[in-house]
Design a protein around this ligand. Structure first.
Ligand SMILES: *[C@@H]1O[C@H](CO)[C@@H](O)[C@H](O)[C@H]1NC(C)=O
Ligand SMILES: *[C@@H]1O[C@H](CO)[C@@H](O)[C@H](O)[C@H]1NC(C)=O
Ligand SMILES: *[C@@H]1O[C@H](CO)[C@@H](O)[C@H](O)[C@H]1NC(C)=O
Ligand SMILES: *[C@@H]1O[C@H](CO)[C@@H](O)[C@H](O)[C@H]1NC(C)=O
Ligand SMILES: *[C@@H]1O[C@H](CO)[C@@H](O)[C@H](O)[C@H]1NC(C)=O
Ligand SMILES: *[C@@H]1O[C@H](CO)[C@@H](O)[C@H](O)[C@H]1NC(C)=O
Ligand SMILES: *[C@@H]1O[C@H](CO)[C@@H](O)[C@H](O)[C@H]1NC(C)=O
Ligand SMILES: *[C@@H]1O[C@H](CO)[C@@H](O)[C@H](O)[C@H]1NC(C)=O
Length: 371
């Protein structure tokens, strides 16, 4: 999630919707850049779509940050025009949602808080962050159940949720921000870059990593978040720092705690990318697919090589305005498809002329290679 830095946006012209083939499509793709993509759904102007989780049955769950804290269900995303319906409105507890992450199969942790107003540049109300659950596990075809897991009064801006692969009912949650939870900003010191661990069964939570400079805001992009999306692969916690353009990793133990000496390692750094979220894949390929500045990037975990694959920097430069999160499909047919969410109607031509407009697109990554 980003707020203030939306003002940094640059570019020109309005978006055009050109592509309309159905993905996946055998033998279509050669893997050349820009990778082919298609629009699955556009929400009305004013809607900020922030994060995505893919259900075991292949359907997508998307969170919104404006105008409401809702989760939307995109069914059979491989259909030409997938059915899209409201899954749950969390207004009992929050005004906005940010991250969503699966804990145990078909159960999801979502995080959010109250905000002073529904616009994109409003700040969060202090001491109102919480983690909630959306649960399809009892009745995968029916309506989900929802509950509050825990209030997080000490959190600054809960972002991203990643379950411990060894103990799925325990999740890690990233937290960092420079904007204070009050109406008028008087103190611009960033909060410590930190990670919470939450037991989703009991609601118990504690900080397990804090005060990392690699999670901090550096003011490289202005007043913004440092650590944003997090994911766990093997025994490493990976994260992106939206402010310094770094992708980092840190070895953790089975309780999610950093292993001594607890030093962060740099995986890659791309200046000016405003990373938000990322996915690993497809399959067990050692590639990070990250949402950048109106663009999508592939980054090699092995050697840090970073390459733009869609959006600004390619010939298809208007199609990915404000991308926010990415995840691969989970069925045999769409496991090479990267689903990407975003929050702008078009790549802005003027810094003060942003129109929020949520979307989800499918990118076919078949055949992609670094070169
Ligand atoms: C998109 O590409 C066109 C043609 O190269 C260029 O004129 C325009 O400035 C680019 N816009 C962005 C936002 O990159
Ligand atoms: C959304 O905003 C764009 C850009 O301002 C405008 O062209 C379009 O008509 C708007 N759509 C709706 C449904 O208001
Ligand atoms: C908030 O979400 C509900 C869906 O539950 C929708 O009906 C309502 O119009 C939304 N509110 C605003 C301000 O858009
Ligand atoms: C988005 O959700 C996924 C889980 O589906 C999580 O791993 C990721 O870190 C989240 N990212 C953000 C920016 O909230
Ligand atoms: C999983 O984590 C919970 C707390 O979050 C803990 O009570 C339980 O013992 C853990 N299970 C294993 C197998 O480590
Ligand atoms: C946090 O890190 C900074 C910079 O490395 C250091 O000066 C400070 O003492 C640390 N604070 C705590 C509480 O560890
Ligand atoms: C985070 O940044 C702030 C502001 O530059 C600085 O005061 C603080 O020491 C930094 N903390 C760490 C751990 O780097
Ligand atoms: C980096 O690693 C990728 C595989 O992840 C490989 O395709 C590429 O050739 C490597 N690049 C360099 C410069 O070693």
């Amino acid at each position: 999630m980003r707020f203030a830095t939306l003002y940094l946006a640059a570019g020109s012209v309005l978006a055009t919707e050109a592509v309309s083939y159905v993905l996946p499509r055998d033998g279509y793709n050669t893997g050349s850049v820009p990778l082919p993509s298609r629009l699955l759904h556009h929400w009305p102007n004013g809607t900020w779509v922030e994060n995505i989780s893919v259900r075991p049955n292949g359907n997508l769950l998307l969170t919104t940050s404006t105008p409401n804290g809702t989760v939307w269900h995109v069914k059979n995303p491989w259909d030409n025009e997938p059915e899209v319906e409201l899954a749950y409105n969390f207004d009992e507890w929050v005004d906005r949602l940010i991250g969503i992450g699966e804990s145990t199969p078909d159960k999801y942790v979502v995080v959010g808080s109250r905000f002073y107003s529904p616009g994109p540049f409003s700040s969060q109300v202090d001491r109102t962050f919480c983690a909630m659950e959306l649960d399809y596990s009892a009745d995968p075809k029916g309506a989900p159940k929802a509950r509050l897991i825990a209030w997080f009064p000490e959190a600054t801006l809960l972002q991203s949720v990643a379950a411990l692969p060894w103990n799925l009912s325990t999740v890690l949650i990233s937290d960092q921000y420079v904007i204070r939870g009050r109406y008028e900003q008087i103190d611009w010191t960033p909060s410590p870059g930190q990670i919470w661990r939450l037991d989703t069964n009991t609601g118990d939570h504690t900080i397990i990593a804090t005060n990392y400079s690699e999670m901090n805001t550096t003011y490289h992009h202005g007043e913004d978040v440092g650590i944003d999306g997090i994911k766990i692969l093997d025994d490493y916690l990976y994260w992106v720092n939206q402010d310094d353009g770094g992708i980092y990793k840190l070895q953790i133990d089975e309780d999610g705690v950093p292993l001594a000496p607890g030093k962060a390692e740099l995986v890659s750094k791309v200046d000016d990318q405003l990373w938000d979220d990322f996915a690993f894949g497809p399959g067990d390929e050692k590639i990070i697919w990250a949402t950048g500045y109106n663009s999508i990037w592939a980054v090699s975990i092995d050697n840090g090589t970073a390459m733009v694959v869609d959006g600004v920097g390619t010939s298809d430069n208007l199609t990915f305005p404000g991308p926010t999160a990415a995840q691969f499909g989970r069925t045999q047919d769409d496991c090479h498809i990267l689903y990407v969410t975003g929050n702008l109607y078009s790549v802005p031509d003027n810094l003060l002329n942003l129109v929020m407009g949520g979307w989800v697109r499918a990118i076919d990554t078949t055949g992609f290679h670094f070169s």
